[in-house]
Design a protein around this ligand. Structure first.
Ligand code: DGL
Length: 267
C-alpha cells in the first residue's frame, strides 16, 4: 500500500460528490477515484439484501483500482449494509454514520437529536443505535424525507415547492424541540439553507459529508497513509450508467465541473 494510491469513494449516484467536495477541501493532495452506481440508483428505497449486494460489488470494483481506503459516501449504504460487510475486507472502510453521530452527540445541549434520511436509512435505526451507544440518555427523533433527493437533482434547492415540502417533513421535528439535526443523506447539504429556515437558526445542522472527511483524514494519518507528494492530484470518476447525466449534475454537488467521467460495469 503506497501513500499516493487513491482514496476510493462510492455512492448510489451523484450525491456522494458532496463528500468528494469535502475530501478535496480537507485533503487537497489526495488522488480520488469515485464510483457512482447511476444504473441502480436510488438505494434509499431498496431492501437491505439488495443494498448489501450492490455495496460489495462497488467495493470490489474500487479494490481493483488499488485504493488505499474506501469512503462510503452514501448514508443508506453506511446505515444498512456497512455493519454487515465492513469486517470482511482488509482495506480500511469509513462510512458516514459514526462520524456524524459522534459530532451530533458532541453538539447537543438538550440531548434531543433529529435525524433525516432516506426511508431505508431511517428504517434501519442505525443512527439511533449509534447515538445511544455513545449516550443512552439522548432522545432521537427520525424522519424519512425522500422527496428531498429528486428536488435537489432537479436543481430546486431554493423554490417555494421545496420550502413547502421541508415544512411538511420537518414540522413534527420542530415540535420535538431538537437542538441538533443530522443531515443523513448525500443530497441534504444542498438544502442546508431551506432546512435551517424551517427549523430556525438555533438548531445545529450536522453535515455528514464534512464529518466523514474529517474521519478519513484522521484514519489516513493514523495508518501513515497521507499523500504528501507535490504532484497535482488526479480525480477520476466512474459511473455504471449515463456519464452525461452525471457530468451535467456534478458541478452542483462538487462546486466545479468534472471532466474525467467514464462508464464502468460492476457486478
Ligand atoms: N446516496 C443516498 C443516501 O445518501 C441517497 C440517494 C439514494 O437513495 O440512493 O442515502
Amino acid at each position: 500500500m503506497a501513500n499516493n494510491y487513491p482514496i476510493g469513494v462510492f455512492d448510489s449516484g451523484v450525491g456522494g460528490l458532496t463528500v468528494v467536495k469535502e475530501l478535496i477541501r480537507q485533503l487537497p493532495s489526495e488522488n480520488i477515484i469515485y464510483f457512482g452506481d447511476t444504473a441502480r440508483v436510488p438505494y434509499g428505497i431498496k431492501s437491505k439484501e439488495t443494498v448489501i449486494r450492490f455495496s460489495i460489488e462497488n467495493i470490489l470494483f474500487l479494490l481493483k483500482q488499488n485504493v488505499k481506503l474506501i469512503c462510503v459516501a452514501c448514508n443508506t449504504v453506511s446505515s444498512v449494509a456497512l455493519p454487515a460487510i465492513k469486517n470482511h475486507f482488509r482495506v480500511p472502510i469509513v462510512g458516514v454514520l459514526a462520524p456524524a453521530a459522534r459530532e451530533a452527540v458532541y453538539a447537543t445541549q438538550n440531548k434531543r437529536i433529529g435525524v433525516i434520511g432516506t426511508p431505508s436509512t431511517i428504517k434501519s435505526r442505525s443512527y439511533e443505535s449509534q447515538i445511544n451507544e455513545l449516550d443512552s440518555e439522548i432522545k432521537v427523533f427520525s424522519a424519512a424525507t425522500p422527496l428531498f433527493v429528486p428536488l435537489v437533482e432537479e436543481g430546486w434547492v431554493d423554490t417555494d415547492v421545496t420550502r413547502e415540502v421541508a415544512r411538511e417533513y420537518l414540522g413534527p421535528l420542530t415540535n420535538k424541540n431538537v437542538d441538533t439535526l443530522i443531515l443523513g443523506c448525500t443530497h441534504y447539504p444542498l438544502l442546508r439553507e431551506v432546512i435551517q429556515g424551517v427549523l430556525g437558526k438555533k438548531v445545529n445542522l450536522i453535515d455528514s459529508a464534512k464529518q466523514v472527511a474529517i474521519e478519513v483524514k484522521r484514519m489516513l494519518a493514523c495508518e501513515d497513509l497521507l499523500n504528501d507528494s507535490a504532484k497535482k492530484p488526479r480525480h477520476k470518476f466512474y459511473v455504471s450508467d449515463n456519464p452525461e447525466w452525471f457530468t451535467n449534475l456534478a458541478g452542483r454537488f462538487l462546486g466545479h465541473s468534472v471532466k474525467d467521467v467514464s462508464r464502468a460495469e460492476v457486478g
